[in-house]
Design a binder for this molecule. Sequence first.
Ligand code: ADP
Ligand code: MG
Length: 563
Amino acid sequence: TRDGFADALWALDGASYGRYKSLVGRWAMDGFDLEIVRGQADPYAPPARVALHVPAAVAGFPADLWRTPVRRRALASFLARRAAEETGEGTRVDAGGQEILDRGSCQVVPPGPTALEGEPGSVVLRLNVPLPGRGRRIDARAAEHVLCRRLPRLVDRALRYPAVDAEALTRFADTAEDSHALREALPGLGLVAFVADGAVLPRRSGVDDRPLTGPAAVPFRSPEELRVTVDLPHAGRVTGMGVPEGVTLIVGGGFHGKSTLLRALETGIWDDVPGDGRERVVSRSDTVKIRAEDGRRIEGVDLHAFVDHLPSGDDTADFRTDNASGSTSQAAAIVESVEAGAKVLLIDEDTAATNLMIRDARMQALVAKDREPLTPFVDLVRSLHRDQGVSTVLVMGGSGDYMEVADRVVMMDAYRPSDVTARAKELAAVPTGRRAEADTCPGTVHRRPDPASVDSSARGRPRIQARGRDGLVFGEETVDLRAVAHLADASQVAGVGLALEAMVRRGHLGGGRTLAEALDLLDRDLADGAECLLAVRDEDFALPRRFEVAAALNRLRTLSVTH
Ligand code: ADP
Ligand code: MG
């Protein structure tokens, strides 16, 4: 009971701080269990990890809110946000931002088999709680206040059905379910993405991901030629722009909203919170943003479709470098993404290597093909779709060469899209003298990672720590993830690290498996939700996709592969 825990706590009053560890374990409180997962070593050490286990009968959420994985994720995300509002004094719940992600911080026990304890509908909240002390001694009175009074109040106010705003909660779950349904509908409609009419794409600033508000924000309106109607489970009939499979080119003057549209497609792989403005902007879950990233590592990637006959004589069919150039890094990103299973590539001229994207007629005339190692993407993008089923959405305002190879051309004009395919095709019919430099993009060469090159746990469990949103400490290495666009936040970076460790520990990377096969096994784990990574380590994390995990693996400086 609560008294039992309080007694144990009081018995430690004045003891040295490290004795907090003796509380590790699960304690019955009134109506829920308090689990001390990890104590706190000293006043300056990371806070204690605490889990609150609220049984289904006490939490009381109707089964309708947790029956499906999507609604369960939404419920957990909503509860983590509510809990974060109720905490203070250093106590922290990892609630996340605009995206609704599976997180370590909150789970709802599903019906059916699961690694989680408790009846279906039970809620587990995991949070970080700094434990109070007087100097380096335990302060039982203050600790009792935090653990025996504040946490029960948190349970009452944030984790029980009658206490939360049921209407807001239902809207949250319905919104997530609609986004999910929309995303699932894309392949059947022959689309790679959908942008609903009325969506608000621009953000407040580069560091504030909330929607731009006020009259300056121009809501999205689809061009008639690309307008699609979809029936959603909750919102009913919704219209918007369907981005078809194939090659889609987004053109328009600078500052007219091209990158903002592409960025919305990039985040369209995640569900967004109600009010985000992009709740009904979705892209297929096998979408990967591609960009140039000079300085990155490349390990055994077959780049020969894009780069061949280097003056150095290096073999580009089995290419490795510790310091890639802009063009080779982008070529590697394309090949690696397709290897990992991507079916949609997003590329923005703002972050692309120009020499990999285009080579116009004059440059072809001046520099002979046999003096130019690069084959521009414009000559490979069609085959990528025709032969490998990989679609591309490309922002390119600076060169007309892609008009010839695009299936669709969308022009952004003062944030409004129009379909200019017909006019672009007329212009493309006028010869420029440019000759195609390739007509097929060869298929993927699958690599087999050496698990020992990833396993940094030789001296115990590897350190896994997010360096903000941009870097992952994995064992002895720090992986630069700045160019991995889809990562939502630092917790998802931690999730990438845990997923890598899970792949090593479970032997997914071994047995001569290709990377794609290993990622298939990871996908099976990820389908269980956050439980699969909680089993690796109890810390704050958000679940990534296979593509983010592959991106980190590909950038790991110790990785070695065979073919
Ligand atoms: P481009 O890539 O075409 O140069 P951007 O997408 O970078 O243009 O947009 C330029 C500016 O316009 C950005 O500050 C962006 O926030 C803003 N913007 C984009 N779309 C909208 C919109 N629908 N309503 C209002 N402002 C927008
Ligand atoms: Mg731009």
